[in-house]
Ligand binder design. Sequence first.
Ligand code: ATP
Length: 220
Amino acid sequence: MTQPDAGGGPLGLFGGTFDPIHYGHLRLAETAREALGLERVRLIPAGQPPHREAPGASGQARLAMARLAVADNPGFEIDPAEVEAEQASFTILTLERLRAALGPARPLVLLLGLDAFLGLPAWRRWEALFDFAHIAVANRPGYSLDSAALPPPLATQLAERQATAAALGEAPAGRIVPFSMTPLAISATDIRNRAASGNSLRYLLPPPVLDYISLHQLYL
Ligand code: ATP
């Protein structure tokens, strides 16, 4: 068994547009930390995401909201590098950077919701992701991990790599671990639509993020 670096238990990496960050994201990260035995979870707000339209809020605003959302959780940290980078965000480049910084032995666990996992074959050099990290996949209402519904190359990867949480500490990368969270049908799209219609956002995201959105009049 590969020994991680000193002080180097599995590190969760959770990227997203976070436009804005909401309780679906936070509950996914918290459940992953606990259920997968992660030392910490690093949230990585995307800069200009390659696969979608420009976000409703600026990178700096999405970064500020992510910082506010995790301020009270010592198990979470924020990585501003993608927002601060000039070029588009590609997960493979982020993983290469983190692997170089953290060394070859540290288990890295990329956290994805099921909708993101199903879209993986569209990501740049997606099959190389497994050279740099494990992938852990959370359920999300409206999506199914039924192998008959998976894109065939993803079904092949899942069949070869599927493991349980215990396997994450035994190698630095390469496994796929599905895990269960309390299903939360919250999406940032729905939050932006509610804001644009002048409807309440309470109980969908943390109060400091709500305050930031109203102070800066975002998503109107
Ligand atoms: P949008 O509606 O703008 O597409 P989103 O709510 O899906 O946003 P993203 O920032 O695109 O949020 O997602 C970041 C990650 O969080 C993705 O891996 C996504 O699958 C996951 N995720 C977001 N919301 C949930 C949720 N409610 N349950 C499980 N996973 C989620």
